[in-house]
Design a protein around this ligand. Structure first.
Ligand SMILES: C[S@@+](CC[C@H](N)C(=O)[O-])C[C@H]1O[C@@H](n2cnc3c(N)ncnc32)[C@H](O)[C@@H]1O
Length: 221
């Protein structure tokens, strides 16, 4: 019974996504649906007392530990969310990442992105020549930043989005960068033989369910 319900729900969600992509749903309706989704999430996650809140958090944590590393939606075959057309990737210019607006002198997204990435480098103690792995590298903003800044380093990005791999490699060609490798793979199953001096995981862990399995897979070794 519940499997049939789940299947119906998934097929309805698929139809909704398709119709949104086709522009058949107005922005107003999309906003209304987003609001409902956010309200539901807040209601689910907000408990009346601190004790109940903590208990829910611990339960949630325990439930994640019993799950697979990621659900099907985040695997290579089923992952569609980030598969954007080349024209869109060109407009976005890889800017999908976080920005650091330190003070009023940071006025553009580009400046904020660069400040954030420089902070990652500083915190990671990066040195030119380090081998670097960027898991879930998106459209490659960080990969390209690192490749330009640390020319003696080899930067390996892993993504499950083929249009992003193509976009990054095209940028490398345009910028004459030969120290980048992009692996199109699912981080939950890929076997990477090499070891790395530094591993970046930015905005990917949100796609994982069982963090423990994920961290164990990529721990020293
Ligand atoms: C929120 S984006 C962050 C991208 C990039 N790290 C950044 O900071 O801009 C998450 C990225 O993780 C990738 N991703 C999600 N699940 C993945 C998986 N199972 N295997 C490989 N990549 C995955 C997505 O394709 C997407 O590029």
């Amino acid at each position: 019974m519940s499997t049939t319900m789940d299947a119906t729900k998934i097929s309805q969600q698929d139809d909704l996504w398709k119709n949104m992509e086709l522009g058949l749903i107005s922005d107003e309706e999309v906003r209304r649906l987003m609001k409902i989704g956010i309200q539901k999430r807040i209601k689910w996650g907000t408990k009346p007392t601190q004790q109940e809140q903590l208990a829910q958090l611990l339960d949630f944590n325990k439930s994640l530990r019993g799950m697979k590393m990621a659900t099907e939606i985040d695997t290579l075959e089923n992952h569609k969310i980030y598969e954007t057309p080349d024209s869109f990737n060109q407009i976005l210019g890889g800017k999908e990442s976080a920005g650091l607006f330190t003070d009023e002198t940071t006025t553009t997204i580009e400046e904020a992105n660069t400040k954030m990435m420089d902070l990652y480098c500083e915190r990671a103690g990066l040195k030119d020549g380090h081998s670097i792995l960027d898991l879930g590298c998106g459209a490659g903003l960080l990969v390209l930043h690192l490749a330009k800044k640390y020319i003696k380093s080899k930067i390996t990005g892993v993504t499950n989005t083929s249009s992003h791999k193509e976009y990054i490699l095209e940028q490398c060609k345009n910028l004459n960068l030969s120290n980048v490798e992009i692996i199109l793979a699912d981080v939950t199953t890929v076997d990477i033989e090499s070891t790395f001096d530094r591993v970046f995981v930015i905005g990917l862990i949100e796609h994982m369910k069982n963090f423990e399995l994920f961290l164990r897979k990529y721990q020293n070794g």
